[in-house]
Ligand binder design. Structure first.
Ligand code: FE2
Ligand code: FE2
Length: 188
């Protein structure tokens, strides 16, 4: 099994507290591959697909250093939030479908606590039509997604962001370049 260098690094970062729990790392890497393949079977390319998910994971982990978000939930949000999109436009309900897919996969492909799952479910479900959240993990997930608006030619607007870090990044001259540099320019 091969996984993208950036995701490997993200996983190392998540599991660093557990001194790189190899089983958890392997389980997460396999989950990432499974959801990616499932998506690619249905859609050849999407601006909301796996390339975007990796950048959302990166952005979320960068924000989490400051916001204190749960990094495991942030990475699972990155993977699931757009996993059930069926078109490239607004696609109402895709957040709810992504949340339901995460629920289907829980305990088959990954294990997290009930409290973590509640955050993941709410973050996926709400990302399509809510902007702000008081919980730092959900706020981090949504900001991580919005900081990747450069891929469709839009600048992220600090007005629609929750966290101090994301607001700061959005005001950089080139937010995408700024985030890539902070990530050590690892391939995404
Ligand atoms: Fe979405
Ligand atoms: Fe997204």
């Amino acid at each position: 099994m091969t996984i993208n260098e950036s995701i490997a690094w993200a996983l190392q970062k998540i599991f660093r507290q557990e001194k790189m729990d190899q089983d958890a790392y392997q389980q997460f890497a396999e989950l990432w591959e499974m959801v990616t393949k499932d998506f690619q079977q249905r859609k050849r390319y999407s601006v909301h697909g796996p390339d975007h998910w990796r950048r959302v994971a990166r952005n979320g982990l960068l924000i989490a250093e400051d916001s204190g978000a749960d990094e495991t939930v942030v990475c699972l949000f990155a993977l699931f939030h757009d996993s059930r999109r069926v078109n490239e436009v607004f696609d109402p309900g895709h957040g709810q479908r992504g949340a339901a897919f995460a629920k289907e996969c829980r305990n088959k492909f990954f294990t997290i606590t009930d409290a973590q799952f509640d955050l993941l479910y709410s973050a996926c479900e709400g990302h399509t039509d809510q902007l702000y959240h008081a919980d730092p993990t959900i706020a981090t997930c949504w900001d991580a997604d919005r900081l990747d608006l450069g891929r469709v030619g839009n600048r992220p607007n600090p007005k629609y962001l929750n966290t101090d870090f994301a607001k700061m990044a959005a005001q950089e001259r080139d937010p995408a370049k700024f985030l890539a540099t902070l990530w050590g320019n690892r391939q995404l």
